[in-house]
Design a protein around this ligand. Structure first.
Ligand SMILES: CC(C)(COP(=O)(O)OP(=O)(O)OC[C@H]1O[C@@H](n2cnc3c(N)ncnc32)[C@H](O)[C@@H]1OP(=O)(O)O)[C@@H](O)C(=O)NCCC(=O)NCCS
Length: 176
């Protein structure tokens, strides 16, 4: 059983290291039907590198790139949150289909929350937690987030792939 994952911040790498990570991301695949829930991993990483506000990460386990995720401040409304700035947005989250079902999604979601907490301390953005939206037809996603500490905050109808659940977790030690 794996007990840790690492989040590799793509924007912090030099060009060579970034190219190696992007090469690994280009080989990632989703299972049938999962493309409804998330974008193409390679394109999402390129977009994350282009857009100043996005912080794209490669998820690594035992030295292998197993997935991707993006953290973004100032955009929580995109997940149905009432304001943009009180929570980080977690978006573009996936685990390569050959690596799914081993607990990595749960570990990576928890690691993303820890990373967001550290970023808040470092950057002083004042966020109190992390929010995301997950499709109601995506039980694996919902299960991974619940196991990582997220709780359901109601329905969001803003996406174009059907109703979503708004899921939020407050940083440890912060008031609810
Ligand atoms: C969602 C996702 C990241 C989860 O990654 P993962 O590594 O497979 O997650 P885990 O192994 O930690 O599994 C989490 C839980 O989901 C459960 N689960 C997995 N598939 C499931 C399914 N089809 N139905 C119900 N539960 C399911 C697992 O059983 C596990 O719970 P358990 O440990 O109590 O058994 C992965 O499925 C994925 O990349 N999906 C496609 C993209 C996506 O949906 N991203 C989220 C967009 S918001």
């Amino acid at each position: 059983m794996l007990d840790s994952v690492w989040l590799i911040p793509l924007k912090m790498l030099d060009d060579d290291a970034r190219a190696i990570q992007l090469g690994a991301v280009a080989g990632m695949e989703l299972a049938a039907g999962q493309i409804d829930f998330v974008g193409d991993p390679f394109r999402m990483m390129l977009l994350g590198l282009e857009e100043e506000a996005r912080l794209p990460y490669v998820i690594e386990a035992r030295g292998t790139a197993v997935g991707v995720l993006t953290l973004q401040p100032g955009a929580a409304r995109l997940a149905g949150w009432p304001d943009d700035d009180s929570a980080w947005l977690l978006r573009g989250f996936l685990i390569d289909k050959r690596q799914q079902g081993r607990g990595l999604g749960t570990l990576a979601a928890a690691a993303a929350v820890e990373e967001a907490r550290k970023l808040t301390r470092r950057l002083g953005g004042g966020q109190a937690g992390v929010v995301l939206s997950v499709n109601e037809r995506n039980p694996a996603g919902q299960a991974a987030y619940v196991k990582a500490g997220f709780t359901d905050h109601g329905q969001y109808l803003g996406g174009d792939a059907g109703p979503q659940r708004i899921m939020y977790v407050a940083f440890r030690g912060d008031a609810p």
